[in-house]
Design a protein around this ligand. Structure first.
Ligand code: TRP
Length: 334
């Protein structure tokens, strides 16, 4: 008799993002597309780190609205809730308790030495960092370990946090045995997308094209894009490899011959920057059109979006409950 073939368990990938507002094409090509591609090969958990958003609270901050925008951006760019588990951190009732337990096993020295913490305190000139800010990586560790994650895709700036997670997981495993896997992380080597001023695209620089922007607005931003300063006039030979418009055209125009043609005519001076920008606006809007339509559709149905998040939370909570129960027992509370 044939034994039923045991389905090979997919490894669990988990990642989260702080909801900081609308997402732009820098997020799209720099992170989201890489995240969503993992859905083919892994059991993915993606969540909105809304408690983490509070670590730098300021008056007027609206986390609820940012959550809403983030989930719309995610769903419209390719997060598939029928394959992945998607949820809000704050919906998981196990997270605060688990975080509290982990905090009892995290040396303060580890937190004070964290380079991301030190950099941020310096850069943002935070006079009196709050307790949650110092403990940011402990909550992040709780996010990773609670759901039995194996692999965490992150940006390079997050590595110190994840290294602390790995140390903490290792030290808990040494004390208590097998509660959760000691996770690993990976950097997706994705491009830094240039904004309209040729600096890294960022909300704080005001140089971004947002997923939610209209086609008109997108066109307008592209018209104002920085181009090669050595090519002020048509006829001047250009340097496409130093030009953010060329960079973006390479993302959106899939036809290699066309790109080669643009390169050659730019370098020879035949082609003006206005032409390149026009072509980019068309290609970028074409690319974003189905995404924007999908986003608008979801936006009309907030109850559906809420259901996706609640279903995701139920799935995540089922895993969380088990980890928490095991951990409570291991530390001797239960
Ligand atoms: N710190 C991450 C960021 O700023 C968000 C985050 C919170 C996270 N918890 C996580 C990422 C767990 C990966 C795993 O983007």
């Amino acid at each position: 008799m044939n034994e039923p073939v045991k389905k090979k368990q997919k490894k669990r990938v988990l990642s989260g993002m702080r909801p900081t507002g609308l997402m732009h094409i820098g997020h799209l090509h720099g992170a989201l597309e890489t995240f969503w591609a993992l859905q083919d090969d892994f059991d993915c958990f993606f969540f909105i780190a809304d408690f983490h958003a509070l670590t730098n609270w300021s008056p007027g901050m609206n986390v609820k609205e940012s959550n809403q925008n983030m989930i719309l951006d995610w769903l419209s760019t390719g997060l598939d809730p029928s394959r992945s588990t998607v949820f809000r951190q704050s919906d998981i009732v196990e997270i605060p308790t688990f975080h509290l337990i982990l905090s009892m096993f995290t040396p303060v020295g580890w937190l004070l030495r964290n380079p991301t913490y030190k950099d941020q305190v310096e850069q943002l000139k935070i006079e009196s960092p709050n307790y949650g800010f110092l403990g940011y990586p402990v909550l992040q560790s709780a996010d990773v370990l609670l759901y039995q994650s194996h692999l965490v895709p992150i940006g390079r700036d997050q590595a110190p946090h994840l290294n602390l997670t790995i140390d903490l997981a290792q030290s808990m495993t040494n004390k208590f045995g097998d509660l959760f896997p000691v996770p690993d992380y990976m950097h997706s080597d994705t491009p830094t997308v240039p904004g309209s001023d040729n600096r890294k695209m960022s909300k704080s620089y005001g140089n971004a094209i947002y997923i939610k922007d209209t086609e008109k607005k997108t066109e307008k931003i592209i018209k104002g894009y920085y181009t090669d300063p050595l090519k002020p006039y048509m006829g001047d030979p250009g340097h496409p490899d130093d030009c953010p418009v060329f960079y973006l055209n390479k993302i959106y125009i899939k036809d290699k011959d066309r790109i080669q043609k643009i390169r050659e005519t730019c370098e020879s001076g035949e082609r003006g920057c206005g032409e390149c920008k026009k072509e980019l606006a068309t290609a970028c809007n074409d690319y974003l059109r189905p995404i924007r339509e999908k986003r608008a559709e979801f936006e009309k149905h907030p109850e559906e979006v809420e259901k996706i998040l609640k279903d995701g939370a139920a799935k995540a909570s089922a895993v969380a409950k088990k980890t928490l129960a095991k951990t409570m027992k291991a530390v001797g509370i239960r």
